[in-house]
Write a protein that binds this ligand. Structure first.
Ligand SMILES: Nc1ncnc2c1ncn2[C@@H]1O[C@H](COP(=O)(O)OP(=O)(O)OP(=O)(O)O)[C@@H](O)[C@H]1O
Ligand SMILES: [Mg+2]
Length: 176
C-alpha cells in the first residue's frame, strides 16, 4: 500500500487585492505518496506557486485542509510549522534565495544551524553537499542532492529548467 506524505483536501485559496478577489485555487484535491515524482504544469497565473506554497506549508489556504504524514496541519501553530518545514520538507525556489552576504558554505550551513545537531555533523554535511555540487554541477542536480534528506520536496522549477517543468525533470535528473 502506498504511504501518503502530503494531501490537500478541498483546498481553496483566494487573494484580496483592493476590492478584487482572485481565486487562485478552487477546491483542489491532491495526494503525494512516498516515492512519487510529480510535475505540476500550467500557464502563468494558473496557481502553481500558490499550490506549492500551500503544500509546503509556507502559506495557508482560505478553506480546505492540509494533511502531512497523516496529521491535519491546517490549523497548527507557527512554531509547529517551522519545525515541519525545517525537518520534513525541502524547497527549491524559483529564485535561488541565497543570502548574498554569506559564503556558499554559510548558505548551505544556515538551515542546519536551526537543527539540533552537532557542529561536527553540520561541517560534514555541508562539506559533502558542496563537494557533490562540484562533481554534479554539469547536470544541474546540486539542489536535489542538497535537500535529499527531506520527505517531501517542493521545486518551483523555472529557475533551473528551461521551457517547462518537464524539461526541469529531465535536465536535473532529480530522482526522489
Ligand atoms: N500574493 C498575492 N497577492 C495577490 N494575488 C496573487 C498573489 N500571489 C498570486 N496571486 C494571483 O494568484 C493567481 C495564481 O498565481 P501563481 O503565482 O500561483 O501562478 P503560477 O502558476 O505560479 O504563475 P507563474 O507560472 O507565472 O509562476 C494569479 O492570478 C496571481 O496574480
Ligand atoms: Mg509560479
Amino acid at each position: 500500500m502506498s504511504i501518503s506524505i502530503a494531501e490537500l483536501r478541498g483546498v481553496t485559496k483566494k487573494y484580496q487585492v483592493g476590492e478584487t478577489e482572485i481565486l487562485a485555487l478552487n477546491n483542489v484535491y491532491f495526494n503525494v505518496t512516498k516515492g512519487d515524482f510529480i510535475v505540476v504544469a500550467g500557464p502563468s497565473g494558473s496557481g502553481k506557486s500558490t499550490f506549492l506554497n500551500i503544500l509546503g506549508s509556507i502559506d495557508k489556504p482560505t478553506s480546505g485542509n492540509i494533511i502531512f504524514n497523516g496529521s491535519d496541519i491546517t490549523h497548527v501553530n507557527l512554531e509547529a510549522l517551522h519545525q515541519l518545514r525545517l525537518n520534513k520538507i525541502g524547497f527549491v525556489f524559483q529564485s535561488f534565495n541565497l543570502v548574498p552576504v554569506l559564503t556558499a558554505y554559510e548558505n548551505v550551513e544556515l538551515p542546519l544551524l536551526f537543527k539540533n545537531i552537532s557542529k561536527k555533523e553540520i561541517k560534514e554535511r555541508v562539506t559533502t553537499v558542496l563537494e557533490k555540487s562540484r562533481t554534479s554541477r554539469q547536470n544541474g542536480s546540486f539542489a536535489c542532492k542538497a535537500i535529499r534528506r527531506t520527505e517531501a520536496t517542493c521545486c518551483n522549477s523555472q529557475s533551473i529548467g528551461g521551457k517547462s517543468g518537464i524539461d526541469h525533470r529531465r535536465r536535473t535528473n532529480c530522482q526522489p
